[in-house]
Design a protein. Structure first.
Length: 562
């Protein structure tokens, strides 16, 4: 299902979004509500199933509403979109099709049943409208989740793999199947501590049961189990297949971890999180805040995998990284309100990265002789650029036991440790493929630590020879601007090294889509407000990393190394 949000914003156009869903997303949207007005005059919506208008009380922020007859000036468009809706779902109910062709009245229950069948079949996307901020339309949205989305019994068995053999494993949504669940959210509660939200895909779990966290290989005991309902919670004794619940007492669980029966391990599909693109330095305002700040940052990072905390070993400076200025502002505000920590905040810094542009081979030996056993490791690696966005890839081509199996992973770990601090200015390295193809060991002096150090040294040396480059984050920007200001906005985006990727008319406004380096977007909200007299809005999200122009790279590296 789809929800067209922000209908109260300037330039909102529900019908243009329906067209865009067809042309840009390849979806088949079917409107089941349509808006009454848009922007400042968005007052409610028309339910095309009940054929009633829903008007919201502005003073109550949408908590109060009434159903009335459809206004006369909207009768025609409501009838038009109801007919489109019925045409789209008639194929899924012969009885409904007969009534539709005969012009007979169709009960709401029959329409919903046909909509659900078409949704589960993924033939249509029921589409609604509203304003989440003002609680308009969200009631219909929650009802639609219940009416139209498939239950756990409607979907095929979930697939995963065995952590040891990598064999494909399946789990059906049945209570007598082995327990399998996914931890999808971590939350810190001031009263009960750490809350782990999880969805059960198969089997059941009771309070006090012991489970396996596949990510760590550790066993955990289920403490209290809670059924969550918004900000209310209820203690329960058992959670069944298909349920979502929260647990208290799981200590080493992180977002995305697979939880399962000890005797039947399975790794479910992992959650992929985007890399942070912006960083700022923070420091406590007083000694009393020092310890509290560390605890607060640790808990916030545990809750949010896109938020990272790093402390410089040399300077002791703490740097936090996230997905944007607003993201970090919210987290700093939470530190003050929830953890009572006051801190000084530095200027936002772009999270640059480093990579390489050519392939090199490195023959690396690590030899250290002290009293007693020494340290020895010998590796030969090939380092080359990887596909954009593919990250780190390690290939083991060792044959004949020239390097024992137990030293392969430590070698890779050493390489990854070295990639955390690049050779240009200490920025993390990205999109690198490393192939371990030869080497040697000593039966007495070789160890996991020796090969880890050799891997780190080899990567550093290879990267210096592989023509390293600076990568900068590129953001996907969308600006909704009145026609009168379009030229000024486009000119400003071009001055920020932006590349216009498309434009789309929307009533009395234009939607401008562009890709812009993050470093050029600081202060853009203020500038946009100034050049459009506050009549334009924009959204921004991370797109990808790409090589920074030489002039920009020189400035960044000079500042970083000064």
């Amino acid at each position: 299902i789809a929800f067209v949000n922000k209908m109260d914003r300037t330039g909102a156009d529900f019908y243009a979004v329906l067209d865009a869903m067809r042309t840009r997303l390849g979806a088949n949207p079917v409107a089941i509500t349509i808006p009454i007005g848009a922007g400042d005059i968005f007052t409610g919506l028309i339910d095309l199933i009940s054929m009633k208008a829903v008007l919201y009380n502005e003073q109550s922020m949408g908590s109060l509403f009434e159903e009335v007859d459809i206004p006369d000036d909207m009768q025609d468009i409501a009838a038009e979109y109801r007919e489109k809706m019925l045409e789209a779902v008639a194929d899924y109910d012969d009885h409904l099709m007969e009534k539709f062709l005969a012009g007979e009245a169709i009960p709401d229950e029959e329409v919903r049943a046909a909509l659900r069948a078409a949704t589960v079949d993924m033939s249509i996307v029921p589409t609604m409208c509203g304003s989440a901020f003002k609680n308009k339309g969200v009631q219909r949205l929650l009802d639609a989740v219940t009416y139209y989305l498939p239950s756990p019994l409607d979907v095929p068995p979930v697939k995963g793999h065995h952590p040891d053999t990598d064999a494909i494993e399946e789990r059906s949504c049945e209570e007598n199947a082995p327990f399998a669940a996914l931890a999808f959210k971590i939350q810190t509660d001031p009263f009960v501590g750490k809350l782990t939200y999880f969805r059960v895909y198969s089997g059941k779990i009771k309070t006090g049961d012991t489970i396996l966290n596949v990510a760590t290989g550790k066993k955990e005991r289920m403490g209290r189990l809670l059924q969550m309902s918004a900000n209310k919670r209820e203690d329960i004794e058992e959670v069944h297949a298909g349920d979502i619940a929260a647990a208290i007492g799981l200590k080493k669980i992180h977002t995305g971890d697979s939880l399962c029966d000890i005797q039947h391990p399975i790794v479910l599909e992992k959650i992929t999180f985007p890399e942070p693109v912006i960083s700022i330095a923070v420091e406590p305002k007083s000694k009393g805040d020092q310890e509290k700040m560390g605890t607060a940052l640790e808990k916030l990072a545990e809750e949010d995998p896109t938020f990272q905390v790093r402390t410089d070993a040399d300077t002791g400076q703490t740097t936090i990284s996230g997905m944007g200025e607003l993201h970090l502002e919210i987290l700093i505000d939470r530190m003050k309100k929830e953890f009572k920590v006051e801190c000084n905040v530095g200027t936002p810094q772009v999270a640059y990265k480093e990579s390489i542009t050519r392939s090199v081979e490195q023959d690396q030996r690590f030899v250290r002789q002290t009293g007693g056993h020494g340290q020895f490791a010998h590796i030969k690696i090939r380092v080359e650029p990887n596909e954009q966005g593919k990250g780190y890839e390690f290939v083991n081509e060792i044959v004949g036991g020239t390097i024992p199996k137990e030293y392969i992973n430590p070698t890779s770990q050493g390489i990854q440790d070295a990639m955390k601090n690049g050779v240009l200015a200490g920025y993390p390295m990205e999109d690198i493929k490393v192939t371990l193809w030869d080497g040697g060991f000593h039966e007495v002096d070789s160890s996991e630590m020796a090969f880890k150090i050799a891997g780190s040294m080899a990567l550093k040396e290879a990267a210096r020879k592989a023509n390293p480059i600076l990568l900068e984050p590129i953001m996907r920007v969308e600006v909704v601007v009145p026609d009168d200001y379009m030229g000024d906005v486009m000119g400003n985006l071009n001055s920020r090294r932006g590349r216009i990727s498309g434009m789309e008319p929307r009533r009395d406004a234009q939607v401008i889509r562009a890709t812009v380096p993050l470093s050029e977007m600081f202060g853009y909200a203020t500038t946009l407000r100034s050049i459009t007299q506050g009549r334009a809005v924009f959204t921004m999200e991370f797109s990808h990393y790409e090589e920074a122009p030489k002039s920009i790279a020189e400035k960044v590296l000079s500042k970083a190394n000064s």
